[in-house]
Design a protein around this ligand. Structure first.
Ligand code: PMP
Length: 405
């Protein structure tokens, strides 16, 4: 059967059906080469042209300035947890070769499970350098232990000249996201960040689960932005990087000065020099991502998706609030910190969660179970989830509330 359910999964997640049909064709014969995309040489001129079009679709829609390279790699967000540490410690070593290791600091902003994991990896790789927690949002949570909020700007404590400043834009598991409104108390505190003498920021953003869902505030000020493709864009197996060119450093020169050697496949400079083709990339994943980006452009680009995603999230949060008034649902995230992409809540009462999930499945909706580490319900509303899909979920939530009396 080719019939499909509505997939609210957190990633890998829903992709647009029209794109998948087109991709099925490309799996047999890519762009009239007579060869399927999974069988084609990554050095072919046809694939080269496709790849540079993918780059320009990202560059134009996200407004990436010429100071930044767009790179494609593998290993997911997890490989980037390591790569950002190694590349930016190498950069710091080249900038300040004589600094004692204990004066090299990496600042981590902890707003959820993914930034915590990245922080843990930084500690593994830091050697003599220090890892500073610039903010721990759990201290500001309603129970003292959960990640359920983005704290106000006054709560951050950045170091003076850190090798990197790390944040995760959207916390996929906890459903916490920075506000896109710069005046909101839950926005990211760009104005407070410690600048380098040249005015640059060593700012690293994990945008895995919000990439291409809305514009990125202060994109041009970032050193590195990374995102796995498997939420808004395509299949797993592709990681997209936006790297400011001063971060494409000679990691071997840094190693000679005492920095940790960097595995070749994690070196940003090598990736850039080889135009993301140092080794074999995931052609299929890049192909489907390119088709999705093309469709995004046709629909009106990020402005279209920003408006759509805002509307979808508002509808689901409104349904949670209506359920809260009747004691049926409980939102898990404080006001102003809720993610547009991953909306998390609890169904209250004995067996209510299982009833909710079973009922949803009967109504043609899957993937609503919260992450195993936090439980509850999670509705992921990535770009391929339509407003009609969202309405189906909201109607089901309303019915669940009305039947609870
Ligand atoms: N960061 C975030 C925000 C994520 O959601 C994920 C995956 N869900 C990761 C990092 C890890 O990515 P990957 O599984 O691609 O390594």
């Amino acid at each position: 059967s080719t019939s499909r359910v509505i997939n609210f999964g957190a990633g890998p997640s829903a992709l647009p059906q029209g794109v998948l049909k087109k991709a099925a064709q490309g799996l047999l014969n890519f762009n009239d080469t007579g060869i399927g995309i999974a069988e084609l040489s990554h050095r072919s001129k046809e694939f080269g042209a496709f790849l540079s079009n993918v780059e320009s679709l990202i560059r134009t829609q996200l407004d990436v300035p010429p100071t930044h390279s767009i790179l494609f790699t593998q290993g997911g967000g997890t490989a980037q947890f390591s790569a950002v540490v190694l590349n930016l410690l190498a950069r710091h070593r080249l900038l300040y070769p004589d600094l004692a290791d204990e004066h090299r600091v990496m600042d981590y902003v902890l707003t959820g499970s993914w930034s915590r994991k990245a922080h843990d990896e930084a500690r593994r790789l830091a050697r003599g350098a220090r890892v500073n927690v610039a903010l721990d949002a759990r201290r500001h949570s309603s129970d003292g232990v959960s990640f359920d909020n983005v704290p106000p700007h006054g709560e951050y404590a950045f170091s003076r000249a850190p090798a990197l400043i790390y944040y995760c834009e959207n916390e996929t598991i906890d459903g916490v996201q920075f506000s896109p409104d710069p005046d909101a108390r839950t926005s990211f505190p760009f104005a407070l960040l410690p600048r380098e003498p040249g005015g640059l920021l060593p700012l690293v953003g994990d945008h895995s689960s919000s990439f291409m869902s809305r514009p990125i505030p202060h994109l041009s000020e970032h050193a590195v932005i990374f995102a796995g493709a498997q939420k808004n864009l395509g299949p797993a197996g592709l990681t997209i990087l936006i790297v400011r060119q001063d971060c494409l450093v000679d990691v071997d020169a840094a190693a000679r000065l005492g920095a940790t050697p960097v595995p070749l496949c994690l070196s940003y400079r090598l990736l850039a020099q080889s135009k993301s083709l140092y080794n074999t990339p995931s052609l299929l994943s890049i192909y489907i991502t390119g088709l999705v980006l093309e469709q995004m452009r046709e629909l009106g680009g990020l402005a279209y998706f920003e408006a759509l995603n805002r509307t979808k999230a508002e509808k689901v949060y409104a349904a949670i609030r209506a359920g809260e008034k009747r004691g049926v649902f409980q939102g898990k995230v404080q006001a102003g910190s809720g993610s547009w992409m991953n909306v998390v809540f609890n169904a209250l009462g004995d067996g209510a969660e299982a009833r909710f999930l079973e009922g949803a499945e009967k109504a043609g909706m899957k993937g609503l179970k919260g992450h195993r580490s936090v439980g509850g319900i999670r509705a992921s509303l990535y770009n391929a989830i339509t407003e009609a899909d969202t309405d189906t979920l909201v109607q089901f939530m309303e019915k669940f509330v009305s039947e609870a009396d």
